[in-house]
Design a protein around this ligand. Structure first.
Ligand code: HAM
Length: 416
């Protein structure tokens, strides 16, 4: 019979890697707590309509990448491809506008997109998602960018570039869209096939096409920053001023448009110089009209999400540390089968005293057991016939090789 493997674009995170995830998640939790964000846990699947209306019908995510199916009750369900629409859905559903504003949320969890897998791009991936809902203040946009940078600072990431743009609002964007179409129309036949399709549906996406011919054409396209309405202009100016005050190293990028339709005003990404083509470690921005798109009262919001696989890949390629790899305190080495029962009961005593303990279950030679202890534990507790008869334990420090004989109480005291 053929072997069953994990689906394409998914990844098993095994023991020797999972502590890296635990470390990144621990650092994230420290940062969000310093910024006053509260954890939110939401369903992995939602009604498909949430993403159609929230993320936008003409986005790649909705058009091509969603895992959508009918459940047994005939409802169209989608595995969440992103979290912002779900957080806003939850905010509206639970009338959170009644509490003090803004409400600030964080979540770490899996997202699902049917994309072509490659380094840094998976079909199931984990995002740290941050959302601040209920305020129009440009200072909240800056807080979000600052939070993302602080996360990477604490992880020791280098060689990152924050790129920033404003994508306008429903008042100024249609005028800009028209100006862009007027500029692109004479070049229509030179655009790639995808961009020709985007011309009517979503011309702004042509700006971030990677095709060299499209890039050359859009080089001199009108900039959205020159076409903002007064409200968007002053919002953007305050964001820039506040970022400058923080000393943030920011690059303006008039081509940055983001791939989800809900963005208004601020849009940003942080790019890693060590990732190749899938180089965005995070992306985010403001989404002041998402709430209305999904049937709620007007509610502003801003946030970002960071792909943790990409964060870990960047850390690995930069040789960043993931803290200390967690080790057991003790490994019980047994001389023979007679000692096994004794070892099981000692393991129980040590564990109930909060001492992380493992033992041998495979009746391996003492030499192999000591080797296993050296790889996984700070100490070996040796249990031979002599020890069992005379009721003492030989404790071996695996770093120094020092050995001492201890009573049970002294052993517990020492290991604690
Ligand atoms: P996004 O740009 O689609 O934005 O995704 C955010 C981040 O998730 C990306 O920068 C990348 O690090 C990671 N990511 C996306 N797709 C994949 C993939 N297939 N494999 C691995 N990593 C991936 C959003 O999702 C928005 N909801 C962000 C946001 C929050 N905007 C406002 N609030």
């Amino acid at each position: 019979m053929s072997k069953i493997e994990a689906p394409r674009g998914t990844k098993d995170i095994l023991g020797d890697e999972s502590w890296k995830w635990a470390y990144v998640s621990h650092v994230a939790q420290g940062v969000v707590s310093d910024f006053g964000y509260k954890e939110i846990t939401l369903p992995i699947f939602e009604h498909t309509e949430l993403f159609h209306r929230g993320v936008g019908q003409t986005t790649d995510v909705v058009e091509k990448e969603m895992y959508t199916f009918l459940d047994k009750g005939g409802r169209s369900i989608t595995l969440r491809p992103e979290l912002t629409a779900s957080v806003m859905r939850s905010y509206l559903e639970h009338n959170m506008a009644r509490g003090s504003q803004p409400q600030k949320f964080w979540c770490i969890g899996p997202m699902f997109r049917y994309e072509r897998p490659q380094k840094g791009r998976y079909r199931q991936f984990v995002q740290l998602d941050i959302e601040a809902i209920g305020s129009r203040s440009p200072l909240l946009d800056v807080e979000i960018i600052d939070l993302s940078m602080e996360f990477y600072r604490r992880l020791g990431l280098k060689n990152l570039q924050v790129v920033l743009n404003s994508v306008g609002c429903p008042e100024c964007r249609p005028l800009y869209r028209k100006a862009l179409q007027d500029y692109l129309a004479p070049h229509m036949s030179e655009l790639c096939e995808s961009c020709q399709g985007r011309f009517d549906r979503n011309p702004l996406r042509i700006l971030d096409c990677k095709n060299p011919a499209c890039k050359a054409i859009t080089e001199n396209a009108p900039s959205i920053l020159d076409n903002l309405c007064d409200d968007c202009k002053s919002h953007f100016a305050t964001v820039m001023k506040a970022l400058e005050k923080l000393g943030a190293d920011i690059k303006l990028d008039k081509r940055l448009v983001r791939g989800l339709d809900y963005y208004t005003k601020t849009a940003f990404e942080i790019l890693s110089g060590d990732l190749g083509s899938q180089n965005a470690v995070c992306g985010g921005g403001r989404y002041d009209h998402l709430a209305e798109a999904i049937g709620g009262a007007p509610t502003p919001g801003v946030g970002f999400a960071s792909g943790l696989e990409r964060v870990i890949l960047t850390m690995e390629s930069q040789g960043a540390t993931f803290g200390k790899e967690p080790k057991n305190k003790a490994f019980i080495v047994t001389a023979d089968d007679n000692a096994l029962l004794e070892a099981a009961s000692l393991a129980n005593i040590l564990r109930t005293n909060h001492i992380a303990t493992d033992m041998d279950y495979m009746a391996r030679s003492m030499k192999t057991q000591v080797k296993a202890a050296a790889g996984t534990s700070d100490f070996a507790v040796i249990l031979g016939q002599d020890e069992i008869e005379k009721k003492f334990y030989t404790l071996k420090n695996m770093a120094t090789g020092e050995q001492e004989s201890l009573s049970l109480d002294a052993l517990i005291e020492k290991l604690k």
